[in-house]
Design a protein around this ligand. Structure first.
Ligand SMILES: Nc1ncnc2c1ncn2[C@@H]1O[C@H](COP(=O)(O)OP(=O)(O)OP(=O)(O)O)[C@@H](O)[C@H]1O
Length: 971
């Protein structure tokens, strides 16, 4: 975060300092006059030397630098007045100019400088590359080459105290009427409330700040305390905003806010883009980084896996963190997404005091590069001279905005881990307090920035070249009064710290804006050069005399071919160049591009891809966009592969699950077939992918032919499909298309197999050594072409194999489908239905029998009971009604009944027992019959069941095959 910026902004490590503060934040002091900035007319210490130059000048110029140096430029006093200054020239001035103090003005805005205030420059002259470093060192020494670097007047840190409302838990703890400890007056003073000082008998206190605010309105706090600082960041001055205060006092609420009350960070981001929109005369490049200091170690919130982030200091005293990821942003939403990503990584936990307590200090940084927009240079075929006569581009202004959410100080926590974190937090806040006290003293004593990572990182801002706004948050609760009072004291001390921001101008490759613009220009020039060459070629520049008949015409044909091949290559290069130009142009923001992009965003388009910049250990930007892009692309491919693999696995699991469920339900499933189906799907996908890549390869080889170079296309096609092309002199592309269609499947005409086989054998037979030497001599990269062909061949073979397999499967399926349509199948289904009905009927019958048996058993039991109690007459009677025929036979005729009651009784008993015995045997007989019947039924039922099962199996198989077939057809 501080790396390249600090590097760029280079603050010396001097323990300087500041003009005395006029802050009057002392207890019981009268309202402050601190808002009036100290005016420093430039006699103050000039402690900025921009690091850029020092770093670059100390290095041997790289090839790129050497090359660029020819287009590096330092513009004169007023760029408009010297429109004739050439882009490739730079200004030379006597060396003593470098010792010239920066022009200091009391006007904060750079644009208000008048020409007369600037040092008078000697006439321009041309220089070699080495002189460029001189120009740079002047920038570093604070002398801007276009117009002098602008300084703001020295000013005190802007201090705002924010008293938040009672939280629900505080209200609960305090009962219905919590005591107001603090009273805010005139939006700038804060004192004990009368209530509190009377009840607690406390001596009155009265602090004055730039602003003292209450309530929950984040817009208000942004507008009063931060907005102007963001504005000046856009104008080229560094800005740092931090929230300081006890845990749960409202720092995160202030910096990040909520959905309804967006905090300072998102408002600043919005404002930055608004500024770009409203300033069409400049172009901008924004990049952001986000880090946290957790337990005294630094973590990159945008690249959490990065380890060993360290604070470095360059020779000029600039502080930076490395390695640290910076991402270029082109829309507010992109910036917000990055912040969200970082927030997600941040250490927060629930503590005794705050459910979402920030356990780390976080620093979000936006680096703003900007420059006056040069009118688009007319393109010249010679490239390097393209800017000749143009208005020279101005130097790049670089500034940074740091938005810092500190972790809150707290009393000992009940949780051990929290207590450990708390110790780190308190220690670094103590270090911050000490640094602030020393800075506020203005005694020039040693400032212990190195006591903590936090103070070390804030060193650049606190030691001078930044506008600083501190928001001190306090809780209204009685139990926090001591902590709140400490915060107010800290706020009063900070108020005394004075800083003096100045714009930082860079004319170096470290300003990405400059680098990208230059690259764009160079690419454009290359494009033009190519166009010119192409035009030359088209003019027939290859005709070498005439009259030598056959040999010459041969030569001519060869030359033409070569030329056409060169055209192919040029087309490719041109496309690559255009793409790169497009890409770089997108990164540079102008009011128009922002508008266009917002339009695109609102129509749901993604404006652009990710773009990151990394920093090397020495703080210089290592910018390998292409490498990063390829790395990202590679990563993306891997992710895609993994995703499709995952999907395939998930599908498998789902299928197996459904199979299991079916089996659990007792349904029959053919596991082998299901597995086969599962295995087949990825293969299908693979096949489709392979086909697509073959098409791409073909496309790559043909597309240039289509743009006019038919001869070379023919040659290429000959290389790849000799037999196909051999026959036809015209309609090459048609043939190719036909071939592609037949090989891309879906069309199963007779010719297909033949052509595929032909292709296969052909490819297998082709030997690279035998290839047309002429073609290989073309600008096409020989190795690349060979490997391209190799890849194509391999892919085609794979496709052929896969297609064969597919076809076999299709055949099988067709057979199955045919069977499904056949009479046999219909009969099977009918039979199945009949069997089902039979089983149902049998089951009903069985139920009837069961009822009868139950009835019989009941009666037997009753009979037995009757027999035991009364001899069983009633039972017999009831038996008689049930089985009349048997009863008649068993019972004796009524006429033979004995006359005497005793005899009659005896006879009845005998009769009854006889009847009972008879009916018992009858019952036994019946039961046997019943059992036999039951056995029969069971057997029959088992038979039907097994038949049903086998029929059902067959139906399941058929259905599965049907669906596989559908899948095939669909794919
Ligand atoms: N001005 C305010 N208006 C309304 N609610 C607020 C305000 N300030 C803070 N809060 C609420 O108080 C609670 C604590 O605030 P916050 O998390 O911002 O504290 P913090 O100082 O960041 O604490 P820590 O140092 O533990 O992270 C949150 O629920 C927050 O929404």
């Amino acid at each position: 975060m501080f790396k390249s910026v600090a590097d760029r902004l280079g603050f010396p490590h001097s323990h300087h300092h500041h003009s005395s503060s006029n802050a009057s934040s002392h207890p019981s002091s009268s309202p402050s006059t601190s808002n009036i900035p100290t005016i420093n007319n430039g006699s103050g210490p000039n402690h900025r030397t921009t690091l850029f130059s020092s770093t670059s000048s100390s290095r041997a110029p790289s090839r790129q630098q050497q090359h660029n140096s020819s287009s590096r430029h330092a513009s004169p006093v007023s760029s408009a007045s010297v429109a004739a200054v050439q882009y490739h020239t730079y200004v030379s001035r006597p060396t003593n100019t470098t010792s010239m103090p920066a022009t200091i003005t009391t006007t904060p805005r750079k644009s208000s400088l008048s020409v007369s205030q600037k040092p008078v420059l000697p006439p321009l002259s041309f220089h070699n590359t080495r002189d460029n470093n001189l120009a740079l060192s002047m920038v570093n020494a604070g002398v801007d080459l276009e117009d002098s670097s602008t300084s703001r007047a020295a000013e005190n840190v802007i201090v705002t105290v924010r008293l938040r409302p009672f939280s629900i838990s505080e209200l609960k703890a305090a009962g219905r009427e919590p005591m107001e400890v603090w009273a805010v007056h005139d939006n700038s003073r804060i004192s004990y409330s009368e209530d509190y000082s009377m009840r607690e008998r406390r001596a009155a206190v009265d602090y004055s700040y730039d602003h003292a605010l209450t309530g929950s309105d984040n817009e208000l706090i942004y507008n009063t305390s931060v907005k102007s600082l963001v504005q000046s960041t856009m104008e080229g001055f560094n800005g740092t905003v931090f929230a300081y205060g006890q845990t749960s006092s409202g720092k995160t609420y202030t910096m990040s806010g909520t959905e309804k009350q967006p905090g300072i960070i998102s408002r600043a981001v919005e404002d930055i883009f608004k500024y770009i929109r409203e300033n069409p005369e400049r172009e901008f490049l924004l990049r952001v980084s986000y880090l946290e200091i957790y337990k005294e170690s630094i973590r990159d919130l945008l690249s959490p896996e990065a380890i060993d982030l360290r604070i470095h200091e360059d020779r000029k005293g600039g502080i930076y963190v490395s390695p640290l990821k910076e991402e270029i942003v082109t829309t507010p939403s992109q910036a917000m997404r990055i912040i969200q990503r970082g927030d997600y990584q941040r250490h927060t936990s629930s503590t005794d005091y705050n459910a979402h307590s920030s356990r780390s200090h976080s620093i979000f940084q936006i680096v703003v590069e900007s420059r006056e927009r040069a009118p688009t240079a007319p393109l010249s075929p010679t490239g390097r001279k393209m800017s000749f006569g143009q208005k020279s581009p101005s130097a790049v202004r670089v500034s940074q905005l740091n938005l810092i959410d500190l972790a809150g100080s707290e009393k000992a926590s009940s949780d051990i881990e929290r207590r450990k974190e708390g110790a780190f937090i308190n220690k670094s806040l103590l270090a911050l307090g000490t640094v602030i006290s020393k800075l506020a003293d203005h005694k020039g004593t040693h400032i212990p920035y190195r006591d903590s990572k936090l103070t070390r990182l804030l060193q650049s801002s606190l030691s001078g070249n930044a506008r600083v706004s501190v928001i001190c948050t306090i809780s209204p609760a009685l139990q926090n009064v001591e902590e709140s009072h400490n915060t107010l004291k800290f706020a009063a001390r900070v108020k005394k710290v004075v800083t003096k921001a100045h714009t930082n101008q860079v004319m170096d490759d470290k300003a990405l804006l400059e680098k990208y613009r230059r690259e764009i220009s160079e690419l454009r020039a290359q494009l033009l050069l190519m166009a010119a060459q192409a035009a030359d070629g088209a003019d027939g520049g290859i005709v070498h005399g005439s009259g030598q008949h056959v040999e010459l015409s041969d030569l001519l044909a060869k030359e033409r071919l070569k030329h056409e091949e060169e055209m192919i290559e040029m087309n490719m290069v041109r496309n690559a160049l255009k793409e790169r130009i497009d890409h770089l142009t997108k990164l540079i923001l102008t009011s128009q591009s922002i508008d266009a992009r917002t339009g695109a965003a609102s129509s749901g388009q993604v404006p652009m891809g990710r773009y990151t910049v990394e920093t090397s250990a020495d703080g210089s930007l290592m910018e390998f966009p292409k490498e990063i892009e390829t790395r990202l692309a590679r990563k993306d491919t891997i992710v895609r592969q993994l995703q499709s693999e995952l999907e395939a696995q998930q599908e498998k699991v789902a299928l197996m699950k459904s199979v299991l469920q079916k089996t659990a339900k007792g349904e029959t499933v053919d596991i082998e077939r299901t597995l086969a189906r599962v295995e087949m799907e990825p293969r299908e996908k693979f096949l489709i992918e392979k086909r697509a890549s073959i098409r791409n390869l073909n496309g790559l080889m043909w597309q240039d032919g289509a743009t006019g170079s038919t001869a070379s296309a023919k040659r290429l096609s000959k290389e790849i499909h000799p037999t196909i092309v051999a026959g036809g002199d015209n309609g090459v592309s048609n043939q190719v298309i036909t071939h592609q269609r037949s090989s891309s499947g879906g069309n199963h005409d007779e010719g297909k197999d033949d052509s595929l086989e032909l292709l296969e054998s052909e490819h297998l037979a082709i030997d690279d050594e035998e290839e047309d030497e002429d073609l290989m001599d073309t600008p096409w990269n020989r190795a690349e072409l060979i490997s391209l062909r190799q890849a194509k061949r391999e892919l085609e073979i794979v496709v052929i194999e896969q297609e064969k397999k597919l076809e076999e499967q299709e055949k099988k399926l067709e057979e199955m489908v045919a069977f499904e349509d056949s009479e046999d199948f219909k009969m099977l289904v009918i039979e199945l239905e009949e069997q089902r009905e039979k089983i149902l009927a049998m089951e009903e019958e069985r139920e009837g029998f069961r009822a009868t048996i139950a009835e019989l058993k009941n009666r037997i039991r009753k009979l037995d009971l009757d027999r035991a109690e009364y001899g069983g007459g009633a039972a017999v009677e009831s038996m008689a009604t049930t089985f009349p025929a048997t009863t008649v036979n068993i019972s004796s005729p009524p006429s033979s009944s004995p006359s005497s009651p005793a005899l009659r009784a005896a006879a009845t008993i005998t009769n009854n027992s006889l009847t009972a015995a008879a009916s018992a045997s009858k019952i036994q007989q019946l039961e046997m019959m019943l059992q036999q019947e039951r056995r029969l039924r069971t057997e029959e039922r088992a038979k039907s069941m097994s038949r049903i099962v086998s029929l059902e199996t067959e139906v399941t198989i058929l259905k599965a095959e049907q669906s596989v077939r559908e899948l095939d057809l669909n794919s």
